[in-house]
Design a protein around this ligand. Structure first.
Ligand code: FE2
Length: 500
């Protein structure tokens, strides 16, 4: 049964390959790699402009950029029902080294990508450099930040959510989505393909491996589990979510284990970089409790509420990660022997009081909307004696550098972890004046800066985490310069960022 089906697929794929010659360049969306292990990596591409039948795609991995020494090769069938995407999980590579890869379909050959493997699992010491980025609204700017990310030759890029935006908004737009908000699979495929047509984004994917999590805009603003911001009924929203997740999978270098099943897709996971770092990559959208106390006349979505007037906010059963992911994280943190435990998640974790003076106002879409879940996570870091926990995030389009505490309202409460929220690649933020009004009520926040677009670059050794907050002069031009706003370090064994 299997072999007959496979045979028919192969015949169809070969037929399609012959037809490829007459079509447009099928690798127009580029190549990408992700999730490096000590022995392998996921390679990705997606064919465009081909007939709706299976296509055989050959992949090759070489030890050099001229492909004189091909070390692994294989074939994959790009299926039309998966938008002719290819997710090749290469194994048998050597640890801790760079490789080059490419794809061939018919007479067409892809551009060459470069990727690397992680260090051996038991390797002690070493160093790594990575960048983390988030929030790239296509209309609000060019993705020139990636040029500067690549200039520093990172081992890895971590993308922390809002890879696409479903909605159009903002001022001083440099380009247009050209289509209305996506709802169907075809809509989301087109939106992803549009973003991936950006040359700087393509170059960044071709230069090194990435890891991912998502936030709301990959589907719909402020959604929580099965509840959208607006009044769409549950069944319709889950169909929309299924379409969005599927298109996301089709466009990212994700392992096959993440392939979605209808509206479910397990994207959380961990990645080890020797014993230097373990990345605990979280999904803060798919399993969370609905936002507490939404705006009047809304069933879902975020709000900014006085904590005294929204009693639901503090309910102990409310979850950000869902029970299953929460126990997975608890186990992963407990078992980790890494020098640094990087909790790669979507939004801002530190408490952020948005009411100057007495009382506290909380934004319900971030971890402030899930205080019991946050307390459980932070308490875990203490009780499991997790080594050097650092939380990285995005979502809020500003840089936040914070001390994470068990009790943010008590200045003498011990610092249990460090937090770095990157700004956005392009997405616009509120004003610095507004930020400045809130900062005095949040003394655990060492820096809150909404003025710039950019990313965070991290250099990591067993002794020290060094984070450069990188800022673009403008995102109105592709080739704008980039500089460092500030550098913060975290030293081994001493929780909390310190300005360098
Ligand atoms: Fe965003």
């Amino acid at each position: 049964m299997f072999s007959r089906r496979r045979f028919l697929q192969t015949v169809g794929a070969l037929a399609a390959c012959r037809n490829l010659r007459a079509q447009s360049y099928p690798f127009s969306l580029g190549v990408a790699s992700g999730y490096p292990s000590p022995s392998g990596v996921v390679l990705w591409t997606r064919l465009t402009g081909v007939d709706p039948s299976p296509v055989m795609v050959k992949w090759e991995v070489a030890a050099d950029d001229t492909f004189k020494s091909v070390v692994r090769s294989g074939e994959a069938i790009a299926q039309p029902e998966w938008a002719h995407s290819v997710h090749a999980e290469v194994e048998g590579l050597e640890p801790e080294r760079w490789y080059w890869y490419r794809f061939t379909a018919g007479d067409a050959r892809s551009q060459t990508g470069r990727t690397r493997t992680a260090p051996p699992t038991a390797k002690v010491g070493g160093r790594m450099r990575f960048a983390f980025a988030s929030c790239q609204q296509y209309e609000q700017g060019y993705f020139g930040a990636y040029r500067h990310i690549l200039a520093a030759d990172p081992d890895l890029i971590a993308f922390l959510g809002d890879y696409i935006y479903e909605s159009s908004w903002g001022r001083d737009l440099v380009r247009s989505h050209g289509t209305p908000e996506p709802y169907s699979l075809e809509d989301y495929r087109a939106r992803h393909a549009l973003y991936r047509s950006d040359p700087d984004l393509q170059a960044a994917h071709a230069a090194c491996p990435w890891i991912f999590t998502w936030d709301d805009h990959e589907v719909d603003n402020d959604y929580a589990d099965d509840r959208p911001e607006d009044g769409m009924d549950r069944e319709s929203f889950l169909l929309r979510r299924a379409a969005a997740y599927r298109a996301y999978y089709e466009h990212m270098p994700l392992p096959a284990r993440m392939q979605p099943q209808g509206p479910r897709m397990e994207i959380y996971g961990e990645l080890d970089w020797g014993t230097l770092a373990r990345f605990h990559i979280l999904d803060c959208r798919q399993y969370r409790s609905w936002q507490a106390c939404p705006r009047p006349k809304r069933r879902g979505g975020s709000n900014t509420v006085d904590v005294e007037s929204c009693t639901r906010l503090g309910a102990p059963g409310r979850t950000m990660l869902g029970r299953r992911q929460e126990s997975w994280l608890e186990r992963g943190l407990g078992e980790s022997r890494a020098a640094w435990n990087v909790i790669a998640q979507t939004t801002a974790m530190a408490q952020f009081d948005q009411k100057p003076g007495p009382g506290r106002r909380a934004w319900t879409d971030g971890w402030d909307g899930y205080p019991a879940a946050r307390a459980r996570l932070l308490q875990d870091l203490v009780s499991k004696e997790v080594q050097n926990p650092v939380v990285i995030g995005g979502d809020v389009h500003c840089f936040n550098v914070s001390q994470l505490k068990l009790d943010f309202d008590r200045p003498d409460s011990p610092i249990v972890a460090s937090e770095f929220v990157g700004t956005s690649i392009t997405s616009q933020a509120w004003s610095q004046e507004r930020m400045n009004r809130y900062l005095p009520d949040n003394p655990h926040m060492l820096l809150g800066d909404s003025r710039y677009r950019g990313y965070v670059r991290v250099d990591l050794t067993p002794q020290r985490w060094t984070a450069d907050l990188r800022i673009m002069e403008t995102v109105q031009k592709r080739d704008a310069p980039c500089s460092t706003l500030a550098t913060y370090v975290v030293d081994d064994g001493i929780p909390g960022p310190v300005r360098a």
